[in-house]
Design a protein around this ligand. Structure first.
Ligand code: GRG
Length: 300
């Protein structure tokens, strides 16, 4: 039986090879120690869903913006930065994970010191990528500042701190949401903002895309928490629920599985409302709608 591909799936099929090509060439052209370059490339080339760069490309595409080198440089830089965050998150001092993107984690493969440095290298290269992009100075300045705010101590890094400190206490649902707005949401919001800046979208459309990003980011996080505690029937023949007391600061841990699904539906519905509003303002939204069907209903 053949199934029709969605617009987003066709878009992914077109854009991902190109994006991966840019990512590889940025890393291949770096000067410096081969071990460091190998460690950086190892985690980037392991794949991942590339949601954040795809969001930038999708907003630009909806706006009719040419997907040129400048757009790819900004999209690639975000994936480099995101990969840094995963490498550092996996370290023994943080989440202490052995596997990531279907491979050994960076520190398991290259040792802890090199993993820290590979993360540092990816974070800084992200800014170099924007700095060298074929874009005007004002656009680059806006994007670099916004990326630093989203990724740094007012955004993702502060969310990570709240997560670590939250392990020792019981968070309220509001506190959990605020934590995830920074830890996961800030980069997703930046992706939509970057698409808006690159495409020169007006303030009213930007505002609705910001609302969409906030709701989609939340849905993405809730869904990730749900996937973490539920093994699907397709995989195991029955639903398996992990001991939820293991991690109380997750949506299922805080409001139960049914409650988490309810929160997920609310977030998806808010994201759809924002897309309807931005459509009213004249922007296409087919690809962005696809993110809701594809990435928050995924099986893994
Ligand atoms: C170390 C400063 C610092 C921050 C780490 C992103 C992050 C912050 C931690 C990752 C831990 C985690 C499970 C966060 C929830 C959000 C999430 C699902 C991140 C993984 O992003 P995906 O699913 O990963 O887009 P891929 O591999 O597909 O790119």
């Amino acid at each position: 039986m053949t199934t029709m591909k969605t617009e987003l799936e066709n878009f992914q099929a077109q854009q991902l090879p190109q994006l991966n090509h840019y990512l590889e060439s940025y890393l291949a052209n770096l000067r410096g120690e081969q071990t460091l370059k190998d460690a950086m490339s190892y985690s980037v080339s392991a794949g991942g869903k590339r949601i954040r760069p795809l969001l930038i490309l999708a907003v630009c595409s909806e706006a009719g913006r040419d997907l040129d080198e400048g757009v790819y440089a900004v999209a690639s830089s975000l994936e480099l930065l995101h990969t840094y965050s995963l490498i550092h998150d996996d370290l023994p001092e943080m989440d202490n994970d052995d596997l990531r993107r279907g491979r050994l984690t960076n520190h398991k493969k290259f040792g802890q010191a090199m993993a820290v440095l590979a993360g540092d290298g990816l974070l800084t290269t992200a800014f170099e990528c924007i700095g060298k992009a074929d874009l005007n100075g004002d656009t680059k300045s806006k994007l670099m500042t916004a990326l630093a705010v989203a990724a740094g101590p007012q955004g993702m890094v502060s969310g990570q701190v709240a997560d670590i400190e939250g392990e020792k206490k019981h968070l309220t649902l509001r506190q959990l949401q605020q934590l995830h707005q920074r830890k996961t949401g800030a980069l997703i919001d930046y992706a939509c903002y970057a698409g808006c800046v690159l495409s020169g979208l007006p303030a009213d459309q930007q505002e609705q895309l910001h609302r969409f990003a906030a709701a989609f980011g939340l849905a993405f996080q809730i869904y990730d928490d749900i996937l973490d505690v539920v093994a699907t029937k397709e995989q195991l023949g029955k639903a398996v629920h992990k001991d939820q007391s293991e991690n109380k600061n997750t949506y299922p841990g805080l409001v139960g599985l049914e409650g988490a699904y309810q929160q997920l539906e609310e977030a998806i519905s808010q994201a759809k409302d924002s897309l309807a509003a931005v459509r009213e303002l004249g922007l296409k939204t087919e690809l962005l709608s696809g993110f809701l069907d594809y990435f928050v209903r995924r099986k893994n």
